[in-house]
Design a protein. Structure first.
Length: 202
C-alpha cells in the first residue's frame, strides 16, 4: 500500500514538473507561502520572545516564498543532482530576494530585512548565510518536499481545487490592497509628523 502511494506521489510530481499539471500551481504557491511564513514567524518569535508576523501582508503567508518555490520548481525541477540544485537554487533565490528588497524599498521607503552585519553581504539585501540556507532548501524542496505536496494537492478533486484557488486568490487581493493602503497611510502620517517637527525647530 505504501509503495503504491509513493508511486502516485512521484507520478504527480513528474506531471507538474513536465507541464502536465499546472492547474495545481496556485495551491502549491499558497501552501509554500504559508509553510515558509510559519517557519520564519516561529523562529523570529522565539528569538524576540513575542509574536512577530514575518509577512508583509496581514494574512499568514509570505508570497515571496511561494513565488520563490515556484521559480525553483519551474527552473530547477528537472534536476536531480544535489550539488547543482544547491548552487543554482542559491543563485535563483538570492536574485529574487535582492530584487524584492530593492523593489519594496523603492515603493515603500522601508526595509523588511537587513543583512548589513552579516558576513559577505551585498548592500544588506542578501548574504552568504542566506545563500547557503536557500541552497539547502532548494535541494530539500525539489527532491523531498515538493513531490509530497504535489501528492496532497493532486488528491483534491478538481472542482474543490478551483474553488479553493478562487477563494485564496480573492483573499490575497483584498489583503494586498488593504496592506498597501495601510502602508501608504502610515508613510503619510510619518511624513506629516516629520514636517511638523521641522516647523517646531524652525
Amino acid at each position: 500500500m505504501c509503495g503504491h502511494h509513493n508511486i502516485n506521489v512521484t507520478v504527480a510530481a513528474y506531471g507538474v514538473l513536465n507541464g502536465q499539471n499546472y492547474n495545481i500551481f496556485p495551491l502549491v504557491h499558497s501552501l509554500h507561502s504559508f509553510i515558509e511564513w510559519l517557519y520564519e514567524t516561529i523562529i523570529c518569535s522565539i528569538g524576540q520572545r513575542h509574536f512577530v508576523n514575518r509577512g508583509f501582508l496581514n494574512g499568514p503567508y509570505c508570497p515571496i516564498y511561494g513565488t520563490g518555490a515556484l521559480l525553483m520548481i519551474l527552473i530547477l525541477g528537472h534536476l536531480t543532482n544535489p550539488v547543482a540544485l544547491f548552487l543554482l537554487g542559491a543563485i535563483v533565490a538570492c536574485v529574487l530576494e535582492y530584487l524584492t528588497s530593492y523593489g519594496m524599498e523603492k515603493l515603500f521607503h522601508a526595509r523588511w530585512w537587513d543583512y548589513s552585519k552579516r558576513l559577505l553581504n551585498i548592500n544588506g539585501r542578501v548574504c552568504l548565510l542566506g545563500a547557503v540556507v536557500f541552497g539547502l532548501f532548494s535541494v530539500l524542496l525539489i527532491l523531498m518536499i515538493h513531490p509530497v505536496i504535489c501528492g496532497w494537492v493532486d488528491a483534491v478533486p478538481i472542482l474543490y481545487r478551483r474553488v479553493l484557488t478562487v477563494v485564496i486568490f480573492a483573499g490575497f487581493i483584498v489583503d494586498t490592497v488593504s496592506s498597501v493602503c495601510g502602508m501608504v497611510d502610515f508613510q503619510k502620517k510619518m511624513e506629516e509628523h516629520a514636517a511638523a517637527l521641522e516647523k517646531r525647530k524652525a
